[in-house]
Design a protein around this ligand. Sequence first.
Ligand code: KG4
Ligand code: ZN
Length: 341
Amino acid sequence: MLVLGLETSCDETGVALYDSERGLLADALFSQIDLHRAYGGVVPELASRDHVKRMLPLIRQVLAEAGCVPTEIDGIAYTAGPGLVGALLVGASCAQALAFAWGIPALGVHHMEGHLLAPMLESQPPQFPFVALLVSGGHTQLIRVDGIGQYELLGETLDDAAGEAFDKTAKMMGLNYPGGPEISRLATQGVGGRFVFPRPMCDRPGLDFSFSGLKTFALNTWQQCVSAGDDSEQARCDISLAFQQAVVETLTIKCKRALKQAGLKRLVIAGGVSANKALRTSLEKMLGDMKGDVYYARPEFCTDNGAMIAFAGCQRLQAGQHESLAISVQARWPMEQLAPL
Ligand code: KG4
Ligand code: ZN
């Protein structure tokens, strides 16, 4: 089955063609980061308008790269939520219009299920069951995964998502959006031990997270540096390192706890923050000590992309799922509501 995948939930237009027999045939991405950078974050209306401009050229590009024609496509998968409603509507209406014109089914895919399944595009895909850590700009969740659509939420953030904490910490030190890659780059030049950040909610049982305090701690630390006359690049690097170490250690402690609780030794990490090298290294060490395995996607498939939507949609379309021509998207959408395959 050949599936066209469209991703437009936030600030990236992603398009890909995935074939159930031949694998990923082509994928293309247009990132709007330069468009939003001046505002220090995503401006929803600008995002929607840009998706409109990029969508059809990207679809043509992907078809050309794969050497495919529209009549070969068996179904279209698009991100139906969660995300920015205006941005989601661009992908949804485009997918439904093309599906109607081409006489094929369309299916709305859950953005976080896309992220969750992205490591399955790699050469050594994880086997079910496993524990998944979903860490993106909007979500931080620990989930027990027994199969596609069989999701049990084990814990989640009570306030900011991990990626959001990276972005906000970066912004207040005057760094560019998105903050995750900036902080991890500066952290490599940081001097360890100059600052020590707390490890929130690690001293009590449970699998929930809280990252807003860490962001405030970073703000106070930065303001103390500035008032002491040190607003140098080195101060930013040292704070970035201390902040990243706190996030990474907190996530590692909770993942270990979740694996123990679930009685599993397989961990999947997905979403933008799973591209973070320090996080990967820390989790690899933890799983190594447990004689378990950690799985993640290549960096470009950790952040938003069309390939993960084409792949997730293909699994569900193959199982016979599709929808009516109604164009409907959801800004919020708990993943446990998804139907099992
Ligand atoms: O999954 P994603 O592309 O979009 C959402 O679904 O939210 O995640 C974006 C988030 C941003 O907060 C970004 O700062 C973060 O992922 N991120 C990173 C890294 N690359 C992206 N955070 C830490 N380290 C990175 N290398
Ligand atoms: Zn995402």
